[in-house]
Design a protein around this ligand. Structure first.
Ligand code: ZN
Length: 464
């Protein structure tokens, strides 16, 4: 019994153009035949025919940077502390399904607390729940100078954090071995964070020798290494150590680029996060008050210049969004990265779409099965109203995503309501302002609340 999918146009994930009037024949989740509808095998009794002959088909999309367990968090504390691991895993499953509904049938979840991403991966793989294919990491390996050691040294990294504090190479190797025993597909290392030297340069969290030793051992055990590296030094050490994928690489220079090319690293710049920090952050947000939006704008400009050069030089630039933060909620903005690739890195729409399909698939642990529409591959297919080869931003419009098939099975695309206040935002910050007399006067003028006359109400007060 076959599923026969008729498509108006089809982009196979590899070509420069779409083919018109194509048919895909699916047998037990795999593509059995693909080609012109005129030459397609006729449907027999019991076959299912899906008519998308007015629409555009492309391979299921891939986001290499989606943190399943972050829960659309507004703070690191909310990522790490305020929800039990069990709740985070259930929440991750819900959000994983939102990712599929956006057309993203494969993700890499590079760094989550405990074994959350592994468990979500395994439950989906076992058929317990619908959801995307997941390449999963465990907690980041971090030093005290790395991204994931958020807390003061007198607190350390709690067990429920996305980071695991590594105090020596031996500890790093032991942690990697433990994670690999537990079943991770890749190891994430925080190669820098927010700490800078006095000259303003981001400092790498591990030195060259430490990183070399850890990467060599992880590779010996057959797993890929992903690093967070914004700064020049961390990017350079990572490239020299032959890590597989570098997140960000915003401040890479010629020396970095040379090492990246020599050792065939790929870059997942995750520009959506920076872009949203610039475009969405409001003056009332802490991030704005700390000057993060301005810093992001500067980084975005520098990164786009460096990444365009790297792309022209032949470095694969692959899409990821850091979905899982309040700036990048699951299922909403995954295709924004492709739009940025076109508008800011000079990719054609076809190049951007290839990066999100066949090129990204090369990185995935299960990549041989996905990333293009051809016989023998999984029937992971997105049906779109519009032509993403002309304008990739159509992929961001919910109503344009008409159907998503994973192994030939239709995903549920209906928006599902939930109460965001019961999902994240559990930290104990109750006010975002400081109510000195001066501030209160700024806010309310002379007529200060608290001096209300009988019958007056304060803003927001319930009236019986
Ligand atoms: Zn991330």
């Amino acid at each position: 019994m076959f599923t026969i999918i008729r498509c108006g146009s089809l982009f196979d994930g590899k070509a420069d153009v779409a083919q018109k009037n194509q048919t895909i024949v699916v047998n037990q989740g795999l593509i059995e035949w693909i080609g012109s509808s005129d030459a397609a095998p006729k449907a027999k009794d019991g076959d299912t025919v899906l008519d998308h002959s007015d629409s555009f088909a492309l391979p299921g999309l891939i986001d290499l940077h989606t943190h399943l367990a972050y829960g659309n968090a507004k703070s690191e504390e909310n990522i790490d502390l305020y929800a039990p691991m069990e709740f985070r895993a259930l929440r991750a499953m819900f959000f994983a399904q939102q990712v599929v509904a956006a057309g993203y049938t494969s993700i890499c979840s590079p760094g989550d607390a405990g074994r959350i991403s592994l468990s979500v991966r395994d439950a989906i793989r076992a058929g317990l729940f619908p959801g995307p294919r997941v390449m999963a990491a465990g907690p980041y390996l971090t030093s005290r100078q790395g991204l994931a050691d958020w807390y003061p040294s007198w607190i350390g990294t709690p067990d429920t954090s996305v980071g695991r504090l590594i105090r020596s190479v031996d500890e790093g190797i032991e942690e990697a071995r433990r994670q690999i025993k537990d079943g991770v597909d890749c190891i994430k290392i925080a190669m820098d964070g927010r700490m800078k030297r006095q000259d303003g340069e981001f400092m790498a969290a591990f030195n060259q020798q430490e990183l070399d030793t850890m990467v060599t051992e992880i590779h010996r055990l057959g797993r890929k290494v992903i690093v967070h590296a914004r700064g020049r030094e961390a990017t350079l050490y990572s490239a020299r150590a032959k890590v597989d994928m570098i997140f960000h690489a915003s401040y890479m220079d010629d020396e970095c680029l040379e090492a990246i090319l020599k050792n065939k690293c790929v870059i997942c710049p995750t520009l959506t996060f920076l872009r949203h920090d610039i475009d969405f952050t409001q003056p009332t947000d802490q991030a704005y008050q700390e000057g993060r939006s301005d810093a992001s704008e500067e980084e975005f400009t520098i990164a786009c210049k460096a990444l365009s050069r790297a792309y022209k030089a032949g470095v694969p630039i692959l899409p990821g969004t850091d979905s899982g933060f309040a700036l990048t909620p699951y299922g909403e903005w995954h295709a924004k990265e492709l739009d940025i690739f076109v508008k800011h890195l000079g990719m054609t729409p076809a190049q951007a779409l290839r990066s999100a399909t066949s090129e990204s698939a090369k990185f995935l642990s299960y990549g041989a099965e996905v990333g293009s529409l051809e016989p023998g591959k999984q029937a992971d297919i997105v049906i779109v109203d519009g032509d993403p080869l002309r304008d990739v931003s159509v992929l961001m419009e919910r109503k344009r995503i008409l159907a998503v098939y994973k192994s030939g099975e239709a995903a549920d695309l209906r928006p599902r309501k939930y109460n965001p206040r019961q999902v994240s935002d559990f930290s104990h910050q109750w006010w975002s302002d400081l109510y000195t007399r001066e501030r209160v006067e700024q806010l309310f003028g002379q007529k200060q609340p608290g001096q209300l006359h009988a019958g007056q109400t304060r803003p927001g007060q319930r009236v019986a």
